[in-house]
Design a protein around this ligand. Structure first.
Ligand code: FAD
Length: 452
């Protein structure tokens, strides 16, 4: 009987273990993607447009044979399986709180109909829940996790070739893909574009003694990071492929890049063990931290979202987010610190805004990136280390080029001077808060919870 291959966060055909598991059952396979309204609703236009682009690319790679349906997977997946007489549905496992519950429900519905659900692989080099700390639970400290992660290692890429399967023509026309109006400048979608980006980025590792990834990755004014996050999010590339390509590279750039991929796996592992931390503080002491609310807080939040706080590096980052659906990692930390410690707003408010606009928006990396900055997460930056947006700007964007790229009002200010707030530049806001004052206020609030 034919198989259904249900694509989700694995929008590629190379190094895709589900193709192997389907091939074991026979040659005939139907490629399926489900537009699940519960997952699409919180996605902003940029992410939706990127997903649509990736699906279009996958459909092309499959010779126009991808079936796209809309609805609750618990009903539509069994319907599609029944329609083509499939006896198995193949997928890569999902480890998020919603995805894992959904897959259990789909598995139960399929099993009632006599169809097997077969999960092979995951979107991670080491699947969440695989590694155990000495106390038997999940890791709380990144460096300990990373050590275990290296020791465990990962499989070699799956040698998959889509042409070994006989892709069935969809039994019904596909649902239209979301086509939101977007203003963001997005990366080219799909597997081929992802591979091209990876090849181009890796080529830069060769001259790493100069300003390679290991040192330049903290510089938002340089195009020094891989920009693979959206591709990794939707599985246009698997991290195992990247780790395999780097297996003989012992340079600093490769080591740093591997370590960044370990962060991605770590946060997925943390969320797997503590699904409540998608919404709540990992460190429960922070439940007692006082936050601002009311009309003034709403006005500050709006200024932050729109890049009008009067702190140039913060505003540049928030505008880059809206313009590209992406923000440089260093600036994600600076803007998140500003929201939580200068504006005293709860991290989840900022996290929601990021999740709406980031093309790479990912529950595990985003919520835990926020909690790290807010001080409430695993391994968190100590709460008392409050980022100074002026010092951070001068250090990581020394000539001010990043700020001038995103904040046109400040283009007349030369060099690193551009980071100083309160320059009375026409059209650019005065600082909405005084960093020195708010830093002390943040530390005072922290004092009240610290001994708990
Ligand atoms: P590179 O430096 O080239 O890194 C390579 C890959 O490693 C990335 O694509 C990503 O998959 C992974 N990675 C790098 N840094 C981290 C990290 N700190 N945590 C987890 N994975 C990492 N990343 C997301 O993918 N989705 C998010 O929603 C997200 N939200 C964040 C929110 C905040 C407040 C912070 C501080 C960080 C967040 N990150 C998130 C992590 C990081 O900022 C992005 O992964 C990175 O900026 C993506 O750009 P890149 O691909 O060029 O990174």
């Amino acid at each position: 009987a034919p198989s259904v291959i249900w694509f989700r966060r694995d929008l590629r055909l190379r190094d895709l273990p589900t193709l192997l598991s389907a091939a074991e059952r026979g040659d005939d396979a139907l490629a399926l993607f489900v537009l699940d309204p519960r997952l699409l609703r919180p996605s902003g236009a940029a992410r939706l447009a990127f997903i649509s682009g990736c699906l279009r690319a996958l459909d092309e790679d499959l010779g126009g044979r991808l079936l796209v349906v809309t609805g609750d997977p618990t009903t539509v997946v069994p319907e599609v399986a029944a329609r083509i007489g499939a006896d198995s549905v193949h997928l890569s496992a999902d480890h998020g709180p919603y995805g894992s519950a959904r897959d259990r429900a789909v598995g139960a519905a399929l099993s009632d109909a006599g169809v097997e659900l077969i999960a092979t692989g995951s979107p991670y080099a080491v699947a969440p829940g695989r590694l155990h700390s000495s106390s038997g639970g999940g890791y709380r400290v990144f460096t300990a996790y990373r050590r275990a992660w290296y020791e465990h290692g990962w499989r070699a890429p799956a040698a998959t070739d889509a042409s070994t399967l006989n892709w069935l023509s969809p039994p019904s026309p596909s649902a239209p893909l979301p086509a939101p109006e977007i203003h963001a400048d997005l990366p080219a979608p799909g597997e081929a574009a992802a591979r091209a980006r990876w090849t181009a980025f890796r080529a830069g590792f060769a001259d790493s003694d100069a300003e390679g990834y290991a040192t330049a990755r903290d510089r938002p004014d340089q195009d020094a990071t891989s920009r693979l996050s959206a591709y990794l999010k939707f599985g246009c590339l698997h991290p195992r492929t990247l780790l395999h390509d780097l297996r003989d590279d012992s340079g600093d750039d490769a080591a740093t890049f591997r370590s960044e991929l370990a962060w991605r796996d770590f946060y997925a592992d943390v969320l797997h063990h503590r699904p409540d931390t998608a919404r709540r503080n990992y460190d429960a002491r922070f439940d007692a931290l006082a936050h601002d609310s009311g009309p003034d807080a709403d006005r500050d939040f709006h200024a932050w979202c729109t890049g009008r706080t009067g702190y140039p590096i913060v505003d540049a980052g928030m505008r880059q987010l809206l313009a590209e659906g992406w923000m440089h990692n260093r600036v994600r930390m600076i803007t998140a610190s500003f929201l939580t410690k200068d504006l005293h707003l709860p991290w989840w408010r900022g996290a929601r805004h990021f999740m709406t606009h980031l093309v790479d928006g990912d529950l595990a990396s985003n919520q835990h990136g926020w909690q790290w900055t807010a001080g409430s997460g695993t391994d968190a930056a100590p709460y008392f280390r409050v980022f100074n947006p002026v010092t951070q700007g001068r250090r990581f964007d020394p000539d001010g080029d990043y700020v001038r790229r995103w904040v046109p009002e400040l283009r007349g200010v030369s060099g690193g001077q551009v980071h100083l707030p309160g320059r009375s530049v026409p059209g650019y806001p005065e600082p909405i808060v005084d960093h020195a004052v708010e830093r002390r206020a943040a530390l005072d609030r922290y004092e009240t919870i610290k001994g708990r």
